[in-house]
Design a protein around this ligand. Sequence first.
Ligand code: ZN
Length: 212
Amino acid sequence: MIHDISIPMSAATREWPGDQPFECGWTCRIDRGDSINLAAITTSFHVGTHADAPLHVHDGWPASEALTVSAFIGPVRVITAPQESLPHSLSVEALRRLLGPTIPARVLLRTGRTIADGAFPDDWPVLTSEAADWLVDEGLVLWGVDAPSVDHRHSKTLDVHHALLGRGAFVLENLDLRYVAAGDYELVAPPLLVTGADAAPVRAVLRSLHQH
Ligand SMILES: [Zn+2]
C-alpha cells in the first residue's frame, strides 16, 4: 500500500509567516485565444513538503542540486513524539526509547503540529542538538518532520539544521503524517532537481512493507 505523505505546493498551503507564498499565474490561456494553457509560479521552496539544502542555513554550504537522491529513498521508521508541553526537545535517551537498539538510516517524526491541519502551529517538538549529533554518529542520513521546521519556530541559531546539514545528513519538512501509523516503511521522496536554491520541493510517499 502506498501512502502519500506530501503537503501540496499550493496557494491554499500556509507559508512560513513572512515568507513568499505560492502564487500561480498564467502566461497563456486557451480562453484568451492562446493554443495552450501555460502557468508560471512564484513561490518560496518551503511551501509544502520540501528538503532544505545546506545552503539554507550557512553561506558556502551546498545548494539544492547537492541533495543526494539516495538519502531520500529507502527504509524509514516513523515515530511519534511524546505529548509534552512545549517547548520540548527530544534527548538522546528519549530517542533511544522511541527507536530501540537499532538506529535506522531514515527517521520521520510525527509531532501532530503541522500545517496539514490548515493553521500554522505555534511550536513543535524538535531534537536537542546532542540528539541530532548522536543520530548522525549512528548513521542517520535523513530526518523528516511533519512540522514546518526541524528547529523550534522561534529559533535563531537553527542548531538542529546545522547539526544535520553540516555533517552530511538531510532533512524533510512539512510532511503529512496524520494518516500513517508509527512503524517501518519504504520511503520514496527524491527532491526536484533544482539548482542554486536553498531548498527543493518533494513528493513524498511511504510504501508499506510486505507482511510475511
Ligand atoms: Zn525548510
